[in-house]
Design a protein around this ligand. Structure first.
Ligand code: FAD
Ligand code: NAI
Length: 475
């Protein structure tokens, strides 16, 4: 007899493990199945985010930023360091230890919340009278039944046609996080989020980095003014980004990788590098789910079709995170996971897609929430804008990091905040205030009238809100 659960979650990334914990908190007998293996073949829950995404990339961004500061910025503070040496093996093993802490943390949370964890691949077998039978293929094979099933199987990197990932020369995000020696010349295809974050890591550690991007504009989804400022900063740091290219062919040999492409002007060009990271987006993980067995509907890109409430075409089958529509972000996956567990409990779980923040953890950091100026223009919405540069912020000057600005966009009539865009130090932390403000439908004036600590970077947020009404105090 298969063991019966109220809720079975397939996938233990941020969407799945958080959904499982919330379901257990709500009193459901819950199981979570995840197949990720650590180096020893043991369980490593946390998905892409914990194992080869958010967490390890931020660990390396932090380490490489320390390295860059020690090499280039400590002297400005009157600190002389001797000959700087990089212990890359130590840096990578620290990153692995941070990942393991997170894997272990999730296993602990499963125990604490009485979530039954199954290590292996979950796939649909059939619909039964009491739910859906799911086969778990791990070290052993077993079968469980869930009255409700939440699919949270995530996504995988998309390869360039004709250039499969070998993780030696042609790297996905996985290989990009464990290059054993700093390459002299590193190429990246795609100047999206991974391209900029991983490009920054390896540039700071000494690689000469060239990024080839298909689109004619840099960071097209970002507010144009912010993207321009970021582009200026990255170029100054030595990150080379070539826009508007068409990649024709990728070849590998003993010497490395050569990429033939045509430039924006149509000239045939060749990029020769020691290693190549391909970061051109990700695809939903639905192969191996045996979705056909129960008739679970996928779209033409292989993602699971869901409505606004994350309901699939099947009764009591839900899907969340990267495997469904919407931005591929860990916090979006988590919010959907919580909302689904609450809906199963008859509550009114809700995800506000208008207030999902985005952060790119480069230096300067880029963060935003809400609409960009170009989106407002395209929608014909009357708006006011206000900006404040970190150059005029006392804390930023004390930090020695005055790149960038905070930008507010507010409705021309009501003053309601429509978007906040930040490029600069700790933008990832500063954006939370804007998210809260937008959730509460605050006006720019609301933020302008709130007392912000001095000296703090958040004063730049207050000043940008004041700038909407053309009355900054410090600029
Ligand atoms: P995943 O995290 O992909 O988890 C899915 C899990 O399901 C995996 O463990 C997988 O092995 C498992 N699985 C798949 N199929 C099965 C099956 N049939 N049976 C059992 N298990 C299965 N987002 C941010 O918000 N902030 C960041 O800073 C950030 N940085 C990133 C950096 C990189 C390099 C990358 C690649 C991504 C980053 N992301 C970031 C995106 C983020 O990682 C994803 O949006 C997030 O992990 C999605 O969560 P998920 O639960 O939907 O899927
Ligand atoms: P992306 O969608 O951010 O960027 C892909 C880039 O590649 C785009 O600029 C696109 O125009 C370009 N591109 C596509 N095909 C190309 C081609 N053939 N030649 C040249 N350029 C091409 O995807 P990326 O960087 O792979 O990241 C995947 C997702 O992971 C992100 O969209 C994001 O959701 C998530 N992520 C989030 C992070 C964060 O929140 N800080 C960090 C890293 C990833």
């Amino acid at each position: 007899m298969s063991k019966q659960f109220d809720v079975v979650v397939i996938g233990g990334g941020p969407g799945g493990y958080i959904a499982a914990i919330r379901a257990a908190q709500l009193g459901f007998n819950t199981a979570c199945i995840d197949e990720w293996k650590n180096g020893k073949g043991g369980p490593a829950p946390g998905g892409t985010c914990t194992n080869v995404g958010c967490i390890p990339s931020k660990a390396l961004l932090q380490s490489s930023e320390h390295f860059e500061h020690a090499g280039h910025h400590f002297a400005d503070h009157g600190i002389q360091v001797g000959k700087l040496e990089l212990d890359l093996a130590k840096m990578l093993s620290r990153k692995d230890a941070v990942v393991k802490q997170n894997n272990d943390g999730i296993l602990y949370l499963f125990k604490k919340n009485k979530v039954a964890f199954f290590h292996g691949r979950g796939s649909f077998v059939k619909a039964t009278e009491t739910g859906y039978e799911i086969k778990v293929a791990g070290a052993t094979e077993e079968s469980i039944v869930g009255k409700h099933v939440i699919v949270a199987t995530g996504s995988s990197p998309r390869a360039l046609p004709g250039a499969p990932f070998d993780e030696e020369l042609v790297l996905s995000n996985d290989g990009a996080l464990r290059i054993p020696a700093v390459p002299k010349r590193l190429g990246l295809i795609g100047s999206g989020v991974i391209g900029l974050e991983m490009g920054s890591v390896w540039r700071r550690l000494g690689a000469e980095v060239t990024v080839l991007e298909a689109l004619p504009t840099f960071l097209g989804a970002v507010d144009e003014q912010i993207a321009k400022e970021a582009h200026k900063a990255f170029t100054k740091q030595g990150l080379k980004v070539e826009l508007g290219v068409t990649v024709a062919e990728v070849k590998t040999d003993k010497k490395g990788v050569s990429v033939s492409y045509s430039s924006a002007k149509g000239e045939a060009k060749l990029l020769e590098v020691d290693r190549l990271i391909v970061s051109i987006g990700r695809v939903a993980n639905t192969t191996g789910l045996n979705h056909e067995a129960v008739g679970l509907k996928l779209d033409e890109r292989g993602a699971i079709v869901v409505d606004d409430d994350c309901k699939t075409n099947l009764p009591n089958v839900w899907a969340v995170g990267d495997v469904v529509r919407g931005p591929m972000l860990a916090h979006k996956a988590e919010e959907e996971g919580v909302a689904v567990a609450e809906r199963i409990a008859g509550q009114h779980g809700h995800v506000n897609f208008n207030t999902i923040p985005w952060v790119i953890y480069t230096s300067p950091e880029i963060a935003w929430v809400g609409q960009t100026e170009q989106q407002l223009k395209a929608a014909g919405r009357a708006y006011k804008s206000g900006t404040f540069p970190f150059m005029a912020n006392g804390r930023a000057r004390a930090l020695g990091d005055t790149t960038g600005m905070v930008k507010f966009l507010a409705d021309a009539k009501t003053d309601e905040i429509l978007g906040v865009h930040i490029v600069g130090p700790f933008a990832s932390e500063l954006i939370s205030e804007a998210v809260v403000a937008m959730e509460f439908k605050a006006s720019a004036e609301d933020i302008a009238r709130i007392c912000h600590a001095h000296p703090s970077l958040s004063e730049a947020t207050k000043e940008a809100a004041l700038a909407v009404d053309k009355r900054t105090l410090n600029f």
